[in-house]
Design a protein around this ligand. Structure first.
Ligand SMILES: Nc1ncnc2c1ncn2[C@@H]1O[C@H](COP(=O)(O)OP(=O)(O)OP(=O)(O)O)[C@@H](O)[C@H]1O
Length: 627
């Protein structure tokens, strides 16, 4: 709501300012340079709504005419600097080598001088005036754009889609213009708003010093300069040009912020179908409050969870009606191929779904606290949910290097985690950090506290990440593929560690993996997901010895076994076909197009998750026959 109000204000203010500035000579305004010394510093009147300045000139007219100089200089300089800077940054970042040296290094020279000092020097040499000012400001701000663009290009240039464009044989110019430029447009727009603001301030500053716009041409800087000497007699004389300056800078910033959102698909606001909006209303209806007390060891009770992600061609249900339960001390594995919605389920629990483009559309995530009160995390506001993160629920990610900050020591990061939820004396904080490291079996923990993440092996880093996740003593730990990036022996050590922690502290564990082999070692219960839905669930024993869904069987058949390798002639099977696009899901069973047992019945409608036993269920219409 507030965002919309500020946006409407920004657009309205800028549009009015630009229109008034452009048409100022045609408007019935008093002459901005005509003096009337008898009425100097006169207050507001019908003829002069903002009053008159120290020479009796009309302040309103000078503000409007002053906008011509201030906006023309600033917008032109920002646009020229932007065009040049973006080209330099694109070329330097993409080609690298000597081209990078030739384009980026000269800019470092400009950057090493304070902008105001350089501007003063240039104006002193070339003489004041709006044109000189525009040229100088353009040159001064080229490095600002170039560096932002250069940094973004360095990130983007190795992405797979740039590789793909190269592989297609596109020329560098085309790749730069069509593939890379749109990806760096967001930060460049933000830079534009900052540069316009800086240009307006610099123009005003230089005019204030008498080195910018030449009097009597009005400019906001000159107005501030003139009014400053008399501000004790007429304070409003300085307030009006300052307000014009502040509102213009704010409006440019707000507008560019909005443009960045519009042009950046990753930051674009979500627009959902009316049907799903109705769903949300249903789901949100007063579920946040404690919904009675739980009677058993239940820790997490997810019901009918549906998350939606806005994509360019509509919205997809990454998680579609998922229900699952985790008890205290229980390990539940979420398994499935890539894209089945496992991570989204974990992120939804942590309220970490991609911002702006995704949301929980339906369902509840009841978290049961130690005093057995249920809280629906789906509707707990984010500011209150922060108290749950780390303290009630911890999370470990796949790539520990990506979640450990490379510029801080392990000790510092552990201390940060300890103090996130408890204010303790410094010594006790460090003692806890040390204990956490010992708990995850890091040898020589005193020394490791002072080391940086890059000084540790992959397995050690994952242990540190687990230690950090456990610092708040959570009751539930979500581990999203925590062993995938590790080699097999280290994988086994991390699994052992999680198992020990679970036994020692009765922590509930959600273990997300695509590898059923890993599941066998750690899980009590297994939930198999496919295309956002649970297709089978049961105890680990049921899933491994009596799987009912053909997809689960396919996953099991693709797990390498020791005898396959030693026996020599047994080939590893894979599930034929690929996971369908979430935008084009089959009408019935989502696995049917890849299933060797599919019949017309399978395509008739989405099958329900049918109970197979007290603890097992399968989403397959033919599970009885196939058993
Ligand atoms: N930021 C995003 N924007 C658009 N779609 C997304 C985004 N993140 C995930 N998805 C889509 O949501 C669906 C579920 O993704 P999710 O990451 O949960 O799968 P997963 O089973 O965890 O797979 P993986 O093992 O590869 O992480 C996929 O179809 C994926 O393409």
């Amino acid at each position: 709501m507030l965002r919309n109000v500020t946006l409407v204000f920004a657009i309205g203010f800028l549009a009015a300012m630009v229109a008034l500035a452009v048409f100022a000579p045609l408007l019935p305004l008093p002459d901005p340079v005509k003096m009337d010394v008898i009425s100097r510093m006169a207050g507001p009147s019908w003829a002069h709504p903002f009053g008159q300045d120290e020479y009796g000139r009309d302040i309103f007219s000078r503000i409007i005419h002053g906008a011509r100089a201030s906006l023309a200089v600033s917008l032109t300089a920002a646009a020229l600097a932007g065009a040049a800077g973006v080209i330099v940054g694109l070329v330097g970042g993409y080609f690298q080598g000597w081209i990078e040296l030739a384009t980026m290094r000269p800019l470092d020279v400009i950057l090493s001088f304070p902008p105001m000092l350089l501007a003063l020097l240039a104006v002193a040499l070339l003489g004041p005036g709006a044109l000189t000012l525009t040229v100088i400001l353009s040159i001064l701000f080229i490095p600002a754009y170039a560096r932002v663009t250069y940094g973004e290009v360095l990130v983007v240039r190795n992405h797979e889609y740039v590789e793909a464009a190269r592989a297609l044989g596109h020329r560098p110019l085309r790749i730069l213009a069509r593939t890379i430029l749109p990806n760096v447009a967001g930060p460049v727009l933000v830079q534009f708003s900052l540069v316009v603001a800086s240009c307006i301030v610099l123009e005003s500053g230089l005019s204030f010093l008498g080195l910018g716009v030449v009097p009597p041409t009005p400019s906001w800087g000159l107005m501030i300069r003139g009014a400053r000497a008399y501000m004790h007699l007429d304070p409003m004389g300085i307030v009006w040009p300052c307000m014009a300056l502040v509102f213009t800078v704010f409006s440019v910033n707000r507008l560019c912020d909005h443009l960045r959102d519009v042009f950046d698909p990753k930051a674009r606001r979500v627009s959902f179908s009316p049907a799903s909006a109705i769903d949300e209303d249903d789901g949100a209806r007063g579920r946040e409050a404690a919904a009675g007390s739980a009677t058993d060891d239940m820790l997490l009770d997810i019901r009918n969870l549906t998350t939606e992600i806005a994509v360019p061609r509509g919205s997809i249900r990454a998680v579609d009606g998922v229900s699952l339960k985790v008890r205290r001390g229980e390990a539940v594995a979420l398994v499935g191929e890539s894209g089945s919605g496992k991570s989204m389920t974990g992120l939804a629990i942590m309220k970490l779904l991609p911002r702006r483009i995704s949301r929980i559309a339906r369902g509840s995530i009841d978290y049961v606290t130690a005093d057995r009160q249920r809280h629906d995390l789906a509707t707990v506001p984010l500011n209150r949910f922060r108290a749950y993160r780390g303290k009630e629920i911890g999370m470990v990610f796949q790539e520990p290097m990506a979640c450990l900050n490379p510029v801080y020591t392990i000790g510092y990061q552990l201390v940060e985690a300890v103090t996130a939820h408890a204010r303790l004396p410094k010594q006790e904080t460090w003692a806890r950090a040390l204990k956490a490291l010992k708990q995850v079996g890091i040898p020589d923990p005193e020394r490791r506290l002072h080391e940086y993440p890059h000084q540790l092996s992959g397995g050690m880093r994952q242990r540190v990440a687990i230690a950090i996740a456990l610092c708040g003593k959570p009751s539930l730990l979500i581990a999203d593929e925590p062993t995938t990036a590790l080699d097999v022996t280290v994988q086994a050590q991390i699994l052992d560690l999680l198992e020990q922690i679970r036994e020692a502290s009765r922590i509930g564990l959600i273990f997300i993996t695509h590898n059923l082999g890993v599941v066998a070692e750690i899980a009590d219960r297994v939930v198999v997901m496919y295309c956002g839905q649970v297709v089978e669930e049961g105890t680990a024993e049921e899933i491994f010895y009596t799987p009912r869904h053909p997809y689960t069987r396919g996953l099991l058949a693709s797990v390498p076994k020791v005898e396959d390798k030693t026996g020599g002639n047994k080939r590893l099977s894979s599930i034929p076909g690929a996971v369908p696009s979430p935008l084009a899901l089959p009408p019935g069973c989502r696995f049917a197009p890849r299933c060797a047992h599919a019949t017309d019945l399978c395509n008739a409608g989405v099958p329900a998750l049918e109970p197979v036993s007290d603890s097992q269920a399968a989403r397959c219409v033919r599970w009885r026959e196939l058993a």
